[in-house]
Structure formats: structure tokens, C-alpha cells
Design a protein around this ligand. Structure first.
Ligand SMILES: C[S@@+](CC[C@H](N)C(=O)[O-])C[C@H]1O[C@@H](n2cnc3c(N)ncnc32)[C@H](O)[C@@H]1O
Length: 227
């Protein structure tokens, strides 16, 4: 699949206070993938790590019955306000990924989780970095989502997950297949480094994850289907 060099149309939300992840290229790439799904008023969607609520609101606009989760109280409040301003009814939970909705299953799970490799192996417990830091290999949340998805999807359901190829596209495909899903990369886009990657470039290069003169990363959307 060709890697697009692509200028996104960023999803519009009314309100993103500081400390809440404003929609970025990854949000836009996942929104584009979400729009291709066959969604009806019977489709149940779970947005894990909803942030401003951009993906949840898009799913609701497509007609789905949407539940959205975030660990950050400020993010949940922001997403609630944005849903209200967009005139969409969405069920919000503050909590830790799928543990916030135990025992429930969904037709579609969308997630743009934290995935940036960090020199600090510990995950931040507060502050804006909680939206992107994901341990030394960037996989702290991706691996959990890969493991949890099969039980949180109904038969015929699908997971749509976006992340940087820096944290290992093949590893995500391998884990999802091992968990019993049928994964494939559906979208790739080459995007310029944002401020977090630029600030970490030297450490990322020393860790062998990028070259010192790189200025772009590849984002991927992986769709994993439950038979
Ligand atoms: C990269 S942002 C994505 C926000 C939004 N979905 C988007 O695409 O613009 C990741 C989000 O995951 C949330 N998050 C981090 N750890 C989490 C956890 N353990 N459970 C649920 N949400 C979490 C962060 O607060 C942040 O809002």
C-alpha cells in the first residue's frame, strides 16, 4: 500500500481546553477510516481514549449508538460539552480503557491511544503527556487494546486502531491475529513530526527508533475483524 503524503481535514470540535488532546493528523486518519464503516442506528460504537470527543461525535453523526471512555476527568468533561454543542447523545465513562465498560460488547471499537515512545518507562498519572506517553516502546496501551478487543467486540465486530509505525505495525498485526482477530492495515499516511517527537528526536535516534535527520513519521490505521 502506498504511503500518502497527506493534508488532513481535521475534525472540528467546539472546545479543546489546555490539557485535552486537540484533534490531530491521527484523529483525522481514523475519522476517515470510521466514515467508511457501514454504520446504522443499530450499530454500537466504543471510543477508547475519547479526548475532545471528536471520534465519538463523528460516530454519532453517522448514526451509531456511542459510548466513550477517557481516564482524564477534564477530557470527559470536554467531550461531554462538545457532544452537547454538536447535539449528539453519547454515553461517557471516566475510566481505564475497556475496564470502564466491563462485560459490554460493541460492533465497532475505535481508538487513538497514547502511542509515543518515552524515555521514561513509567506512565504519567496526570498532565497533558497522559494523552501521548506510552512507555519506552510506545506500546503500553496498544498491547492492552489488542488483548482486550476480542472480548469487547460482538460477533462480526471490528476494531479500528491508529498509531505511528514507530511503535511497530507488524507487532500490532501479530498480537491481534494471536488474539483471534483478522487484522489488516487499511490506511497509511506520512505526516510531519509534531512537537513531542521533535523534542524527543535525539533519544528516539539513540533508541534506534528513528534517524537523526528524519522529520516525518508514518501513521497507520489497523482494522481487525472478529469473525
Ligand atoms: C492521543 S489522545 C486521542 C484523543 C482523541 N480520541 C483523538 O483522536 O483526538 C489519547 C487519549 O487517551 C486518553 N487516555 C490515556 N490513558 C487512558 C486510559 N488508561 N484509559 C482511557 N483513556 C486514556 C488520554 O486522556 C487522551 O485523551
Amino acid at each position: 500500500m502506498a504511503v500518502e503524503s497527506w493534508v488532513p481535514e481535521l475534525p472540528v470540535v467546539s472546545f479543546t481546553p489546555s490539557g485535552v488532546y486537540a484533534p490531530q493528523w491521527d484523529t483525522a486518519l481514523l475519522t476517515r477510516a470510521l466514515r467508511r464503516e457501514a454504520i446504522s442506528s443499530a450499530t454500537t460504537v466504543l471510543d477508547l481514549g475519547t479526548g475532545s470527543g471528536a471520534l465519538a461525535i463523528q460516530a454519532a453523526r453517522l448514526g451509531a449508538r456511542v459510548t466513550a471512555v477517557d481516564i482524564s476527568r477534564r477530557a470527559v468533561l470536554t467531550a461531554q460539552v462538545n457532544a452537547l454543542l454538536a447535539g449528539r447523545r453519547i454515553r461517557f465513562h471516566r475510566g481505564d480503557l475497556d475496564a470502564a465498560v466491563p462485560g459490554r460488547t460493541y460492533d465497532l471499537i475505535v481508538s487513538n491511544p497514547p502511542y509515543v515512545p518515552s524515555p521514561d518507562a513509567r506512565l504519567p498519572r496526570r498532565g497533558p503527556a497522559r494523552a501521548w506517553d506510552a512507555g519506552r516502546d510506545g506500546r503500553a496501551f496498544i498491547d492492552r487494546i489488542c488483548a482486550a478487543a476480542p472480548a469487547a467486540l460482538g460477533p462480526g465486530g471490528a476494531l479500528l486502531l491508529v498509531h505511528s509505525s514507530l511503535c511497530g505495525t507488524q507487532e500490532t498485526l501479530r498480537r491481534l491475529a494471536q488474539a483471534g482477530l483478522r487484522p489488516a492495515v487499511t490506511d497509511r499516511a506520512s505526516v510531519p513530526y509534531g512537537p513531542v517527537l521533535r523534542a524527543r528526536q535525539r533519544w528516539l535516534a539513540e533508541a534506534g527508533l528513528v534517524h537523526e535527520d528524519d522529520s516525518r513519521e508514518e501513521l497507520v490505521v489497523i482494522r481487525a475483524h472478529r469473525a
